[in-house]
Design a protein around this ligand. Structure first.
Ligand code: 7PJ
Length: 728
């Protein structure tokens, strides 16, 4: 679960702590100690040092009975502090305010989050934050601070609080605030009696189930006094206990005065609970996703400054005593910037840099090993448009970094990039001619001394990383080539061409009467092909063509591996050949895992991310295309003829948006509907229900021979899911 927080991006898989900085003269828990600018700065730095991931600055006391503060007074208290903190702290700054004018001024002063106890209900508050990239915390409160604790009453406190938060989230989303910017908070102590607070804490998982990160503010609150009879200055143990329980019940952000002890407690809770990062807790943002660091260029973490630190951190972990790194990229304009930043960071850390320039990601994976480098770095955002970019690393064998190495790199990311003394710096070299090593490797994956003379091929490189290598390899093998999508200008990667937009490829193949078309994506790991009639041949069909040919040649090992979304036609066609077929979860790493477990060599997804493990260790679009061309060449058949043995079944996918995620297939009514559809489809049809990993969506997929029946069944099941979904 991610939270966008200004230019920061939090991965909330592990909880984080928000440190409280009160700059009010009357704050109930720290009595105005941080009202002066120097005291406030020192306290913020202390909390960041103890592991606070956000600092929350508040200039209006909301303690029960407190009187409101005038706008000018609040601005005077808060804005100078925010300006200073935003300019000097590494962690983002949040501002605790209800006033639109303060929100606007805070954002202008560099705040990354607005924490509003009134959930943006003041007129103008939504507008004040909508047109920015700050995170927003929406809190529930009954009544007003002055009177709220007098006689709080609820029918069902959980439904009321949750209903309120859902409504506020919906209004924010309507106003254009992305869900990825929102946080919700039940507002402990805000118009709630002890029993309400305890029930909300117990039932926090039900609020967290909505999929918006939950913030819990329990630190030093009066419920601790009610339970322990201790006054304000003596509530540390109670606060830490409540923070731990909140996190175990699904809170992702804990607001705390005593940052150090809270961080310790959460670290232990996470380790004991067997969180993914055993023994550690991410007290700063986690940057590495499944595909390295990704994002919008110019927005954290895709900035030049971050790339420099990333290089420094990677060098510390992957080449601590100096060594050698290979850096490759695709064709995005921002590639120049990130390449230079990585080069500087590596050289400064004493690592020699080989700059490969534009080269497919699988080409870098190959050359890291071939050129005996300690690790590799690729600058690419794959099939995304040019204004995104990403950085990922390979280990010395060209494989993905192990989790513990990624975590070690992350742990250095808040440190400045190291600079060694001048005698110990690395050197940088451009390695243009080494590209030929990868080209010959690609050519060597063809059987014997096969060449491609006599084939006319359209090659579409998506204006991306393969634009030099792919046409060169094919032409050197004597194919007649018609290159398209081979004129990158920094902005046109994946625009109207390549494997994600195959229309141009299909039209061109038919138009120039080519034998086949090859469409790669921006970083060259995905492939779609077109037959001589200009019809697309997708990943499932290519997998079938390769499996059949390998079977005939006697070198098909293990099962073929697809995913739960692979077309039923592939399964049936392979069954007819007597080839075992297994389905992995969606995602190339799951396919790879299953192939390894069962000793298979062929696998992949309809999107064209295919693996031929007998030829190469990673998904390589060009190498897979060469394998298909080899089959065409050796059988003398057209791609259309080769693919004809597999009948694609009509598929219908419906995404059903639900109020919160649930296990749809377990609901008796849905299960009954599925059973009915499955019975009517028989052996020649399939139903898949999957919950989206990131959104409250249930994906309903039906496959069968008759497109109309498939559409009807899908609609019926979608309706059954909708009817069974928990109420909002
Ligand atoms: C909270 C808050 C809270 C959020 C305060 C105090 C009183 N913001 N601001 N949640 N409490 N989001 O710190 O005890 O619980 S002020």
């Amino acid at each position: 679960m991610r939270l966008q927080c200004g230019r920061h991006l939090f991965d909330l898989d592990a909880p984080i702590v928000m440190g409280i900085l009160n700059v009010t003269p009357d704050s109930f828990s720290d009595g105005g100690r941080y009202a002066g600018l120097p005291e406030a700065l020192a306290q913020a730095e202390r909390m960041a040092g103890e592991g606070a991931a956000i600092i929350d600055v508040g200039g209006e006391s909301t303690r029960p009975g407190a009187a409101p503060v005038a706008v000018d007074e609040e601005l005077r208290r808060v804005i100078p502090v925010v300006e200073r903190l935003a300019g000097s702290l590494v962690v983002p700054v949040s501002v605790d305010t209800r006033k639109p004018a303060v929100m606007r001024a805070a954002i202008a002063a560099g705040a990354s989050m607005i924490n509003d106890v009134a959930a943006l209900r003041e007129p103008g508050a939504i507008d004040a934050v909508a047109d920015s990239d700050v995170a927003v915390c929406l809190m529930h409160m009954q009544g007003e601070p002055r009177t709220m604790q007098q006689l709080p009453r609820y029918g069902d406190v959980l439904s009321e609080v949750r209903g309120f938060l859902r409504d506020r989230v919906a209004r924010c989303v309507e106003a254009g605030i992305a869900r990825s910017r929102l946080v919700v908070d039940p507002g402990f102590g805000f118009g709630k009696a002890l029993e309400h607070n305890l029930e909300l804490l117990r039932r926090l998982p039900e609020i967290a189930a909505d999929g918006i990160p939950v913030l819990a503010g329990l630190s030093r609150k009066s419920l601790i006094g009610q339970l322990t009879r201790r006054d304000n200055g003596d509530r540390l143990a109670g606060s830490v206990a409540l923070a731990t329980i909140a996190v175990q019940n699904g809170a992702r952000i804990v607001r705390a005065h005593d940052v150090g002890p809270t961080v310790d407690a959460l670290r232990i809770a996470m380790a004991a609970g067997g969180g993914r990062r055993t023994g550690t807790i991410a007290m700063t943002s986690r940057y590495f996703g499944t595909d390295g660091v990704r994002g919008r260029v110019g927005t954290h973490p895709m900035t030049v400054e971050f790339a420099l630190r990333l290089a420094g951190a990677a060098a510390r972990v992957l080449a601590p005593d100096g060594g050698r790194v290979l850096v490759g990229k695709d064709t995005r304009l921002s590639g120049y910037m990130f390449e230079a930043a990585l080069e500087a960071g590596f050289v400064a850390a004493g690592v020699d840099v080989l700059l490969a320039g534009p080269l497919p990601t699988p080409g870098i994976a190959y050359l890291v090993q071939r050129l005996d480098c300690d690790f590799g770095a690729v600058i690419s955002a794959s099939h995304n448009l040019f204004d995104d970019n990403g950085i990922k690393f390979f280990d010395r064998s060209g494989g993905k970094l192990a989790d513990d190495l990624e975590e070690a790199i992350e742990s250095h990311l808040d440190e400045p990039a190291p600079t060694r003394e001048s005698a110990a710096l690395g050197r940088a070299t451009r390695v243009d001619s080494e590209r030929a090593l990868y080209q010959s490797f690609c050519a060597s994956t063809l059987p014997g001394d096969m060449r491609l003379g006599g084939l006319k091929l359209v090659i579409d490189c998506a204006n991306g990383a393969a634009y030099k290598v792919a046409p060169r390899v094919l032409a050197d093998l004597d194919a007649e080539i018609v290159p398209i999508g081979c004129s990158p200008n920094g902005r046109n990667i994946n625009v109207g061409c390549g494997s994600t937009s195959p229309e141009l490829l299909k039209l061109t193949v038919a138009g120039v009467r080519a034998d086949a078309g090859i469409g790669l994506d921006g970083d060259g790991d995905r492939l779609v092909m077109a037959d001589h009639l200009g019809r697309a041949v997708d990943g499932d069909q290519l997998l079938y063509v390769l499996a059949k040919a390998r079977l005939a040649a006697g070198d098909l090992k293990g099962p073929v591996v697809g995913t739960v979304m692979s077309n039923l036609g592939l399964e049936i066609a392979l069954k007819d050949l007597g080839v075992p077929f297994l389905r992995a979860a969606v995602g190339d790493r799951h396919v790879l895992q299953l192939l390894r477990t069962h000793g298979g060599v062929l696998g992949g997804e309809a999107s064209g991310h295919l693996l031929c493990l007998d030829k190469t260790t990673t998904g390589d679009g060009l190498i897979v295309a060469l394998q298909v061309l080899a089959v065409m060449k050796s059988t003398g058949k057209t791609l259309a003829e080769l693919a004809a043995g597999m009948q694609r079944f009509p598929q219908q996918l419906i995404n059903v948006r639900v109020a919160r995620r649930f296990d749809a297939a377990r609901e008796p009514s849905v299960a009954a509907a599925i059973a009915k559809v499955e019975k009517s489809l028989g052996e020649r049809g399939r139903v898949v229900l999957r919950a989206s990993g990131t959104e409250p969506l249930i994906r309903v997929m039906v496959e069968g021979e008759d497109a109309q029946a498939v559409g009807r069944h899908a609609a019926t099941l979608a309706e059954a899911v909708r009817a069974a979904a928990p109420a909002a």
